[in-house]
Design a protein around this ligand. Structure first.
Ligand code: SF4
Length: 252
């Protein structure tokens, strides 16, 4: 897909979001918040839902939580406009309550299509509801700062997921803010390893005599095989994982 095709596809999704009434959140919104960012990016941040300021402006992460996200990105030398930022629900839940499961399900096709268009190397989840989409059954207190292979059914067909706390939660709790800086410090390394792995898989796919690369990655479990073909260079330092994150893959 060319850049122009990606821009057109993202705008098409955004227009559908702005006209959407597929769940009860449509009734309370001022403006829908489809998401924004670089159409050429390798990294997409997925939060939970718009808040007060986002609902007013129609843009994601423009309030205090957005300010912290910008500082977190700045701590690794990245600019906000170098990534793409969106949420699991595109309309503001009333009184900033958590999005309901049926609302997340109703909105999921938009996120899936954004991921299909952007084909990111890394998806950074912000908060437990976003994490729940990409690491179902996990607990944010145990998996923040860790990464695993994305399930392609999410729309991220060949991505690594890095879990982080939501910046709004980090603003409320200094310990979580400190941990968020530690977690995002891992992002450049996660991105590089994802690039390397994707390049290795692409090389396998391009090789005339290559066997199918199905044994390189087992997306349904998120486990990267120990014997990845052609030097797919993801490094898998298996952690002493907590018992309830058995399929978790820590990449650093
Ligand atoms: S939250 Fe998503 S599904 Fe619900 S009305 Fe908004 S765009 Fe549509």
């Amino acid at each position: 897909m060319t850049r122009d095709e990606r821009l057109a596809a993202l705008e098409q999704i955004a227009n559908e979001v702005r006209a959407c009434s597929a769940c009860r959140l449509a009734g309370g919104r001022t403006r829908a918040v489809p998401g924004e960012g670089d159409a050429d990016t390798e990294v997409i941040f997925v939060g939970e839902g718009p808040g007060f300021n986002e609902d007013r402006e129609g843009r994601p992460f423009v309030g205090r939580a957005g300010g912290l996200l910008v500082r977190l990105l700045g701590s690794i030398g990245w600019q906000r406009d170098a990534v793409f930022i969106t949420n699991v629900v595109k309309c503001r839940p009333p009184d900033n309550r958590d999005p309901e499961p049926d609302e997340i399900a109703a909105c999921a096709p938009y996120l899936r299509r954004q991921l299909e268009v952007l084909d990111p190397a890394v998806v950074v989840t912000l908060g437990r509801h976003s994490m729940g989409t990409f690491m179902p059954g996990s607990r944010i207190g145990q998996v923040h700062g860790t990464a695993r292979q994305a399930d392609p059914t999410t729309g991220a067909r060949d991505a690594t997921v890095l879990a982080m706390y939501h910046p709004a939660a980090a603003l409320r709790t200094p310990a979580l803010e400190r941990e968020s800086y530690e977690d995002i410090a891992r992002l450049p390394g996660v991105l590089q390893r994802s690039r390397d792995r994707r390049a290795g898989i692409a090389a396998v796919a391009a090789a005339p005599s290559a066997e199918p690369a199905a044994d390189a990655v087992a997306p349904s479990t998120g486990v990267v095989a120990a014997q990845a073909p052609l030097g797919a260079s993801i490094q898998t330092a298996e952690p002493p994982a907590p018992a309830d994150v058995g399929s978790q893959l820590t990449l650093f």
